[in-house]
Design a protein. Structure first.
Length: 63
């Protein structure tokens, strides 16, 4: 399994609270939910490289 890139994210407290509630509604951690939202935005914008297969939630990673 590949390592995930770590980075610091500064975010407005009100936005964080909204994300925290949304993540809880989806049974995700805030970190996982932010990654999910970013992945969806990148996919919808057509910015995800074609050779990159993004694992869907609950799916086993295939090598």
């Amino acid at each position: 399994m590949s390592q995930k890139k770590k980075f610091l994210l500064r975010i407005d407290p009100k936005l964080y609270e909204a994300l925290e509630g949304w993540a809880a509604d989806e049974f995700r951690s805030v970190n996982t939910h932010i990654e999910f939202l970013l992945r969806e935005a990148v996919r919808k914008a057509g910015r995800l490289p074609l050779h990159t297969r993004v694992k869907k939630e609950g799916e086993e990673e295939m090598e």
